[in-house]
Design a protein around this ligand. Sequence first.
Ligand code: B3K
Ligand code: ZN
Length: 862
Amino acid sequence: PIVKRRADYQQPDFLIQTVDIHFELESHETIVTCSTTVTRNGKHDKPLVLDGEQLKLLSVKLDGKEQSDYLQDETSLTIHTLKNEFELTIQNQIDPKGNSSLEGLYQSSGAFCTQCEAEGFRKITYFLDRPDVLAKYQVTIVGDKTLYPYLLSNGNKVDSGELADNKHWVKWSDPFNKPCYLFALVAGDFDLLEDTFVTASNRSVKLELFVDKGKAERGYHALESLKKSMAWDETEFGLEYDLDIYMIVAVDFFNMGAMENKGLNVFNSKFVLANEQTATDEDFFNIEAVIGHEYFHNWTGNRITCRDWFQLSLKEGLTVFRDQQFSNDMSSPIVNRIKNVRIMREHQFAEDASAMSHPIRPDEVIEMNNFYTVTVYDKGAEVIRMLHTLLGKQGFRAGMDLYFQRFDGQAVTCDDFVQAMQDANNKDLTQFRRWYSQSGTPQVTVSDTYEQETGLYKIEFSQQTKPTFDQAEKLNLVIPMRFSLIDQNHNQQLNSVIEEQIVELTEQTQVIEFSNQSSKPVLSLLHDFCAPVKLNYAYSRSDLVALMLKSPDDFTRWDASQRVFSQCILQLADQGEITKTQSIKDTVAVFDQVINDANLDLALKTEMLTIPSFESLFQQVESVDVEQLRKSRLQLLEAFADTYQTQWFDLYKSIQIPKYEYTVEQVKQRKIRNLVLKYLAASQHQHAQSIIEQQFLTADNMTDSIGALAAAQLGDLAEFDSLMQQFEQKWQADPLVLDKWFALQANTDRADILARLELLMGHAQYTINNPNRVRALIGSFAFYNVSGFHNIDGSGYKFVADYLIKLNDINPQVASRMITPLIQWQKVDVKRQALMQHQLMRIGDTPGLSKDLYEKITKSLP
Ligand code: B3K
Ligand code: ZN
């Protein structure tokens, strides 16, 4: 496999102006005829080299004349010509039904669909498959009328007709220039939901949502979310939709969440289909967020796209930031922010601490699909958020406006984006740009001193980024630090809080002074998680309690609660032997005020009462016995659950929710009820069993059904298995719901888990070909079943490795995502490290190992 480097970027030797592509759809033998107008780019005499993989070439014509003077290999087609402008027509054959990689053109339960990002178009025809080649497309699709009544592609439908043999055809034309990764084709039979959206400038846009037959009624939430997204982008960024039609198709077989193809989004059905019976509140939230994300790409990604794939964060970091802001406006901002931060701390920090560490704009890539990462996406969004913080809302908007004005219709770089921000605000962002080139999680260490006599309070901030696997040298970054001081003298009722400060940390060390402090204030730091860093400050227990109750920033209040829990759990894990110590009692006691605070927002209360996940604890240590950490966490959880048994019971009873509606208020209520239900179960409350059964049997929605199952699972209650059985009976014909069941089975802590998994893999509804199913069962086990995956006998690692070896041949992209827990061996104990590495070596020896797995394995083996 070849390593591609960002520094080696070269303009394309040829450009393509127009594409006229014709599909004759057959499951195993689809004929693709692609005519392009090509021009030589600059003065040179190089041949035209097109990308192509797994294609059966039928003919090559240059200006209408059949050619034989070409060179073909596994991945390319080289055509020798000295013409500067010509028409090239290539005919080839592909096998969509045999395509299990779900990249290129494939079939998902009968329907044809495409996935071309990043480099999938080359599996459809020979082409210049790179994002800086922009062309206008015309697409003709021919297919069976009965099997494929809908024949869809990008842009506007311009013509259609009937043919012999029960076939029909449709012609589409997309007036906008686009790179081939935004091409899409869908053919199949669907239920169609229709709506319209009238834009700010009074244009009427047709909205069409295509879902599996019989599922129309599950599409309304997605359609509403689309209209909200369209309106939001107009009011927040002045951005209007630009075509007369916007189509979304939901398919069951999909490698990721969704794809922003121009005018024709293809979605994993998981992010479209929902009603209260089948989908949880979290599903409803995610659908709105992903619909928004793909819609927002129309401007950040499609109108302005990436020059090369190293620039992926240009569109992804920015679009994630935009969807996060949208979600903030649609639901509880604090819950949303905590969700973002959990992804950073549990997954992105883990990636940066592993051999896959890379900057948000990577420098070297073997398989581009490996770089659709939490770093490029979520850390990328945090970098955009820091710009927003540094420039302010208006300054940021001015930068966005300039960005669109300058680059609309072009393929550009991350530097171009930052330059627009810089120019619109007259602010030097030279040092800030290091966030694009430097990997690793920076540590911000804070210390303070107070002088009683003079009233002088000094804070020292210092920053450090440790060397990562990919980079030894680290430079100082620009870190915006939002904080305030809380005056301790008034800490009974009214506190005087010094207005929030924003300090730009640019040096290794910086000191800030406050005079006239009558006592040492409490430092409320890292407001709203203002930078993707780890914060080191020796908070005392009483500081943390003060912050939990009095910080002016909700994020910092939550963070303080998590620090209280974490300190105790990490201490327990460190002490080795686990006994109920005073420290557990003290820790638990801190939360009395939170539980009893009637004025506290229910959502924030729920988050503060949630024990940190194993994954977030794991990222706080350098090295740990994972089993010890898991047990320590559980020990604290049980003590916490026991101590407040009565309060949980009362809280549960006090919340009565009327008929299900997906509203911010009801979501908060269900969330706290399901949290306390878990604690009731964990504390073996005498009524836990009956309450859980009652909730399970009477629930009018999926959130509460799953809530009951999750509680029974955590409390290890006897009826867990029988409730799970009932659930399976009820939902066996519904793949999306069944995925929840597979996931719950896979992350249950039990001694015979591997035998269970084997059985589940034989389940009538299980198939290795569907990524959602594989992620639900194998993914949940590898990522979240700590006791099973990290079993000291190595059996969990071996199980996952065996599975990945099989999956390598079927779907390399999904296999490569799921190897993540295995390559993150850096923090576990030496014995487990050796076991994990041994399995990585086994996978590495697989004949026909994909580029995807090859890249990760070679990086992660010492
Ligand atoms: N742009 C796509 C992701 C494509 C992934 C290719 N392996 C979805 C998104 O980020 O919106
Ligand atoms: Zn995206």
